[in-house]
Design a protein around this ligand. Structure first.
Ligand code: FE
Ligand code: CA
Length: 502
């Protein structure tokens, strides 16, 4: 029970924080402490009523609870408040804040105040309940901190989209300089394993000004992939068998830190239980989203998870019960896609769904090629139920690609959807760039660009889905130019993608 007033809390927090902070100490008599809002602000998961507002307050460790005021206005100068309130942060949640504000449809601005400071201002957009005629959606993933700067995020912020869909690998768990790619900056600490490790890793990533700007530009829908926990983990199976006994606790820590730092409506995870994060979202009746969790329920990657092998796959590939989603999530996906009345049905997905096999050989057992029977079931249901206007948005593989999804034969089956693979924000390419012409000749592939980092800016109207591939000229240059390398379009009712220009 706290026996102090809010004023006392605020004063104590500010003084303790300023005394403890090295920069504040160095400033001596002219103390100018840094803002405790140094992870920036974020918003997420808008519906037609409101949105989640997020920030993290960095106080002195002696402060258990901090009162934070949040404010939301129709104008960035906050001349008239539309909504406001107070929230008490606690150390249990790393002083992260998740507040649902419900101002109704429109463009809104929000900020927080605590410890004598005011946060940066964030913008967020809420669609009407029905009748939206456009959506500008940035899809992105994979922002390895050491491997490059976030010029792509600077460009997302400049584009002022309505929504960002994050497809995973928000952080990478590895120790400094593990990936061997050009390192423009260093991870702090060793490989993340504990709650404090993961929290520190989020804090480091969120210190980046361009990432903060992309969060402040609009609301995000956030899903995870593997690196929010560990590379290529599958359910409770870690990559290293030696870690089997300790991995459940590590995964719990990683999930907890993910929730704390994500602007989501989800409740926090409970240790040693399923944490259901697959869910739906919508942009009015223009687009419905099913956000998939391809990691928590999956069977371990088959055939030793060998990479880029042209040997025939082992028999285990078709073992009954092999799954990426788990049966409950597979059913959820099929039901929600069939039941959606939105114009476009979007699947937020991590690993490549299109067929990328070569004469039956699986090049990457981590993606849907490694779970072919489950994929066939999903594609068959889309075809049988005549589900129209399916768009799959995919991350994970650090390359830009466009695929025509077909039931059955990947080159000649009936089209059942289109897949847009956004490349990585900064993570290094995994496939040699000189393989691009070969990849483009795969039956399902319409386009591929392997040499650059970036994201995809989608413009959605009832008549047409347009995907502009934004690429970063030089990921080692914080102020790099970002430009469109190619634009693709899907006319509503066709399930078929074509290159517009590029
Ligand atoms: Fe990645
Ligand atoms: Ca990944």
């Amino acid at each position: 029970m706290l026996q102090v007033t809010r004023r006392q809390l605020l004063q104590r927090g500010a003084l303790a924080w300023a005394a403890a902070h090295p920069l504040a100490r160095r400033a001596g008599a002219r103390r100018v402490p840094l803002s405790p809002f140094r992870a920036g602000v974020a918003s997420g998961e808008p519906d037609h009523l409101g949105v989640v507002l997020w920030t993290r307050v960095f106080p002195d460790s002696a402060v258990a609870a901090i009162e934070v005021v949040w404010e939301l206005s129709a104008d960035p100068g906050f001349t008239t408040l539309r909504r406001s309130g107070e929230f008490t942060t606690t150390a249990d949640h790393a002083h992260c804040i998740h507040v649902v504000a419900e101002p109704g449809p429109g463009e809104w601005y929000y900020r927080f105040r605590a410890l004598g400071f005011t946060s940066p201002v964030g913008r967020t957009v809420i669609a009407p309940a029905a009748g939206a005629t456009s959506l500008r959606l940035a899809a992105a993933s994979c922002q390895h901190f050491e491997s490059g700067y976030y010029a792509a995020h600077r460009d997302i912020a400049a584009q002022r989209p309505d929504l960002v869909l994050w497809l995973g690998d928000y952080i990478y768990e590895d120790a400094a300089a593990r990936q061997g790619a050009p390192a423009v900056r260093r991870h702090e600490g060793g490989e993340a394993r504990t709650l404090s490790d993961y929290r520190a890793r989020y804090a480091q990533y969120k210190s980046d000004p361009d990432l903060q700007a992309a969060h402040a530009a609009c609301a995000w829908l956030v899903m995870w992939d593997d690196h929010e926990v560990e590379d290529n983990y599958a359910g409770l199976t870690p990559t290293s068998p030696a870690e089997a006994a300790t991995f459940p606790a590590r995964r719990d820590a990683a999930y907890q830190a993910w929730w704390e730092h994500t602007p989501t409506r989800l409740a926090p995870p409970v240790a040693e239980t399923e944490y259901r994060v697959y869910r739906t979202a919508a942009w009015s009746d223009l687009a419905s989203f099913v956000l998939l969790d391809g990691r928590q329920y999956r069977t371990d990657q088959a055939c030793g998870d060998r990479a880029l092998s042209l040997d025939p796959p082992c028999a285990a590939l078709h073992e009954p019960g092999r799954t990426m989603l788990g049966s409950a999530q597979e059913q959820f996906l099929e039901e929600r896609l069939s039941a959606s009345t939105a114009r476009w049905r979007v699947i937020g997905n991590q690993t490549v769904m299109a067929d990328a096999t070569v004469n039956g050989s699986v090049l990457n057992f981590d993606q849907w090629d490694g779970y072919p029977d489950e994929r066939s079931r999903i594609f068959a249901i889309l075809a049988d139920r005549h589900v129209a206007n399916v768009v799959v948005l995919t991350g994970d593989i650090h390359l830009a690609a466009v695929a025509q999804l077909r039931q059955g034969d990947p080159g000649s089956g009936p089209p059942i959807g289109v897949e847009f693979v956004s490349t990585s924000i900064s993570s290094p390419g995994l496939v040699p760039t000189d393989l691009a012409p070969i990849l483009r000749r795969f039956p399902a592939m319409v386009g591929a660009e392997l040499a650059h980092r970036g994201y995809v800016l989608h413009t959605v109207t009832p008549q047409r889905w347009t995907a502009a591939y934004r690429i970063v000229a030089d990921v080692t240059d914080q102020s790099s130019a970002v430009s469109t390398v190619a634009t693709y379009a899907v006319e509503a009712g066709t399930n078929t993608v074509s290159l517009m220009d590029g």
